[in-house]
Design a protein around this ligand. Structure first.
Ligand SMILES: [Zn+2]
Length: 911
């Protein structure tokens, strides 16, 4: 196979010979119409390939593909393409993972000084990175490390320009230096007087160290006397540089003084007159658990599961907790406050029946020290499953419970974890079943886009108030039927929290995932009362943000921000660039850099710098700012821009942007826009970097060769795909995409398929995500970061079943189970290690592992949907997708050529 050859080329050129497999007469380069008979023959041939596979040398399956078939590309001039030759993430992933394992065990390696010269490891694997003055791409990853010098060039290249920010990422565990030296000064760390950037390794000290020049806006800032250091006469760096982390590390935490404290939020309506802006002294994080104890929660076994899993998360976690203070409010049609003061021998319960003006009746004892009150917390958790068994509540008053939580945390901020298993119909903000399809099981038409966001202003106002008060909400949802995830997940998103979705909750299937998710929440890096500001070099500005936050003018505000938070930002050339063409700030900078180089000068004028500042209160109770810095080179050559482009970051940027549009634009137009983006990128590459090549060929830039398949993965995702998707499922998928990390999103775009029947050493390998690749005697693990399924072919060897489940035949496997037994067989160990990795950073094995026996289990439909190279999910197969894109490219190029010819003819026309 020529895969290895292509991997070392800077671009992939698919020649006619590469594509044509059987029919040597197919004319791939042209699009002349066939006659009707040929069209019919081609369509029949296509059907045979898709469903019978009789003539296809891939593994024959007698059964029809068990999933929602998609659009068949009906263009009659489609040539036969060998799918093996199309680029896919599996090409390099296995070797990259192997490399990553080796690196993680050794002292790595990738220096952030090199990110501009080398191609980065995939964002879907963990890799170590030493911070040599710029932030690790695990925290701050640009979509290209060669930025077009002008807006014209940026428009010509069509590549997404932006960054993906995971400010608290712990993959792999990163040590961010904490700088305390400014916490006592009134002014905090030195900042640029003009653009307010924080001092960082790229600022330059001048005038013997009396001034520093801002790397973003070039302003000269005076150095305070107590911060002064003389300069080394040879390197012009500060003599104390080695002892100052802010000049050595691209990512640092500055501990901040009082002027940086958050302000107390305005009081509720009616009490405004007493309000003055008071700074809020930072305190250790308080975490509230809001538990729906209605009938649904009791009957589904949720309360029993929560009783065990919250206990495990608080008291059996291998890593230290990120918060020492917790409190519990339960609710059904009334509110229950639990007093767990340490001095009490047993917890006590106060019931508040007033759901319209809820308040906290406990003067103290609701929020308690997790260790000092351990006996009461354990006692409460032990009785939780049975505590309310004699009540007969009507409805669920989540809105009132959240208002009470707001009342509790108003003056300190913190985090609220909601566990909801039904539609909150009563109390404040009571919701109705607004999905026109009962149970939300049918497809939602385009006119119902409002189902994906808050049902009323009451809920959007609540998220604003919570965010203002520095409170983030994580929403755990366990629905049996329509629960208005659109409203609930939006609340989590706008407060900076996350949503977790366990549809048709079943303890056997979900309990381990709930435990893993709760343990993760209780131990991960976390800040609250946060806001984010992104700054960039002169000549550029941030044009859009996407993620989980409240977008307030230039700042992004969040109740909480964690190791699993990820946002994206797009940047663009300033308006002056738009009007002045080549004579832009950036281009002038590049020109002056070149002149300096010629004259032996050393400058950073050909660099674009970015600084992300996250102001937050650490869970341990200190006001801090996390400053992330990175840089990219300017370039005036399109080929350089393409060479240094990063498709992982680019795809994540576009995916988040597309998810943000679902609530305001028709799904079909979003999918078309994504396909159009693929076409525009490839046309741009063709026109500006590969003009000498023969017309008609499909040419993919090496750095972006996976772009078409990633785009296909996006348009087949639950977030964007056509067809029947329950509104609750889609709402959850939208929020997951907006706040998801690259690691999660890339797995979702291209699910991973591992063969389990080819020997233990083959288990970590990948095969392409297509039903045609599955063998009847085979067993495969298929996972997408959210869900794992083991597919067993009809003729699978009993030994494999025995080694994974310890049963004699596949009919004895319990289909309800969501977890694999811990067996000592080599296959079980290898398999669980792959699942462990897929769950990262949330092990042990938080992904439910389901079983799909061929022609037996309904889960096979989900397997089919995850095999995105096939035609499914209301979308084309990968081969058809590539043909479709290729056709659009040729049509566009042909159109442009004709227009140019026409223009030429007009110029030379004689009268
Ligand atoms: Zn500045």
């Amino acid at each position: 196979m020529s895969n290895s050859r292509r991997a070392y080329h800077t671009e992939d050129i698919y020649t006619k010979q590469d594509f044509i497999k059987e029919n040597e007469d197919s004319d791939f380069d042209s699009f002349s119409p066939y006659n009707q008979q040929q069209q019919q023959q081609q369509r029949e041939q296509h059907q045979r390939e898709q469903f019978q596979d009789g003539d296809v040398p891939l593994n024959p399956l007698t059964q029809r593909i068990p999933h929602t078939a998609g659009k068949i590309f009906s263009n009659p001039i489609k040539p036969k393409i060998n799918p093996d030759l199309l680029p896919s993430p599996v090409d390099s992933l296995a070797s990259q993972i192997q490399q990553s394992d080796a690196n993680l065990n050794a002292d790595y390696i990738l220096s952030t000084l090199d990110v501009h010269q080398t191609s980065l490891p995939s964002a879907s694997i963990p890799f170590n990175c030493t911070d040599n003055g710029y932030s690790s791409p695990n925290l701050l990853r640009l979509s290209t490390y060669a930025i077009p010098a002008t807006n014209d060039l940026a428009r010509s290249c069509q590549l997404p320009l932006g960054m993906v920010i995971s400010p608290f990422s712990d993959r792999p565990a990163s040590q961010i230096p904490q700088i305390h030296s400014f916490s006592n000064s009134q002014s905090g760390p030195p900042r640029c007087t003009l653009c307010r950037a924080y001092v960082n390794p790229s600022v330059k000290f001048i005038n013997g160290g009396k001034y520093w020049q801002c790397n973003l806006c070039s302003t000269h800032n005076a150095v305070d006397d107590d911060y002064f250091s003389a300069l080394d006469p040879h390197t012009y760096t500060r003599l104390d540089r080695e002892h100052r982390p802010e000049f050595n590390f691209g990512s640092v935490d500055f501990v901040l003084p009082r002027p940086y404290y958050a302000l107390q939020p305005p009081p509720p309506i009616g009490f405004e007159s007493a309000y003055t802006e008071t700074p809020r002294p930072p305190t250790q994080l308080s975490r509230l658990f809001l538990i729906d104890v209605g009938l649904q929660s009791r009957q589904s076994g949720l309360l029993h599961t929560l009783s065990l899993t919250i206990k495990d998360a608080l008291y059996s976690s291998p890593t230290p907790l990120n918060t020492p203070y917790v409190g519990f409010i339960t609710y059904d049609s009334t509110l229950h406050f639990h007093d767990m003061s340490a001095e009490r021998e047993v917890p006590s319960l106060m019931i508040v029946p007033d759901t319209d003006e809820p308040f906290n009746p406990l003067a103290r004892g609701l929020i308690v020290d997790v260790n000092a009150s351990k006996h009461n917390i354990l006692s409460f958790l032990a009785s939780l499953p049975t505590m309310f068994r004699d009540t007969n509540p009507r409805g669920s008053i989540l809105g009132s419970a959240l208002t009470a939580a707001m009342d509790v945390l108003r003056e300190v901020g913190g985090e609220v974890n909601v566990f909801q298993s039904q539609l909150p119909t009563d109390g404040l903000g009571g919701l109705t079943e607004r999905d026109p399809a009962p149970g939300g099981t049918a497809s939602v038409s385009e006119r119902d886009r409002s189902l994906y966001t808050s049902a009323s202003t009451w809920w959007s106002n609540l998220s604003e108030s919570l965010t203002d008060a520095g409170v983030g909400v994580n929403m755990f949802m366990f629905p049996y039927k329509y629960t208005d995830v659109g409203t609930l997940a939006a609340l989590a998103q706008y407060t900076g929290g996350e949503s977790y979705f366990y549809p048709k909750f079943d303890p056997a299937r979900h309990a381990l995932k709930v435990r893993a998710d709760l343990t993760r929440i209780a131990t991960r890096a976390l800040g609250y009362n946060a806001s984010v500001k992104i700054r960039c070099s002169k000549g550029f500005h941030i044009s859009q943000h996407h993620g989980a936050f409240l977008d307030r003018s230039s700042d992004l505000t969040m109740g909480c921000v964690s190791a699993d938070s990820c946002m994206s930002a797009l940047f663009a050339h300033d308006a002056s660039s738009l009007t002045k063409g080549w004579g832009t700030v950036a281009a002038n900078a590049l020109q002056s850099a070149k002149e300096k180089d010629e004259s032996g000068g050393h400058g950073q004028a050909d660099e674009v710098h970015f600084q992300v500042a996250v102001l937050y209160t650490g869970a341990e109770g200190a006001r801090k700012v996390r400053v992330l810095n990175t840089m990219a080179k300017l370039s005036d050559v399109a080929a350089t821009v393409f060479r240094h482009a990063d498709v992982d970051a680019g795809a994540v940027l576009l995916y988040k942007q597309a998810a943000a549009h679902v609530i305001s634009r028709p799904l079909g137009s979003i999918r078309d826009k994504l396909i159009d983006r693929s076409v525009q990128v490839l046309v741009a590459y063709r026109k500006h970097c590969a003009q000498s090549n023969k017309g008609g060929q499909l040419i993919l830039p090496e750095s972006y060769k996976q772009f078409p398949i990633l785009t296909l993965g996006m348009i087949k995702s639950k977030c964007l795909k056509g067809g029947a998707v329950a509104s609750d499922v889609r709402s959850h998928a939208i929020r997951q995409t907006l706040s998801g990390t690259p690691y999660k999103l890339l797995q979702a775009m291209y699910p991973r398929v591992h063969p389990l029947h080819k020997g233990v050493e083959s288990v970590p390998e990948f095969i392409r995500a297509s039903y045609k690749r599955l063998e009847l005697h085979g067993a495969y693990l298929i996972h997408n970061g959210e869900l794992a399924i083991i597919w067993l072919g009809n003729h699978v060897d009993k030994q494999i079943v025995k080694e994974i489940w310890n049963v004699e035949s596949k009919s004895q496997i319990d289909q309800r189970l969501g977890v694999l037994p811990d067996l000592d067989t080599p296959l079980s160990i290898a398999l669980r290690s792959v699942i462990y990795r897929a769950s990262y950073p949330n092990p042990p094995s938080s992904i439910p592992v389901l079983i799909a026996r061929q022609d037996v289990d309904p889960t096979e439909i989900e397997v089919g949907n995850m095999l995105i190279e096939d035609d499914n999910n209301d979308g084309m197969s990968y081969v058809d997708h590539i043909c479709h894109i290729h056709k659009l490219i040729n049509t566009q190029l042909l159109g442009e050529t004709r227009m140019a010819d026409a223009a030429d003819a007009a110029t030379w026309r004689t009268w």
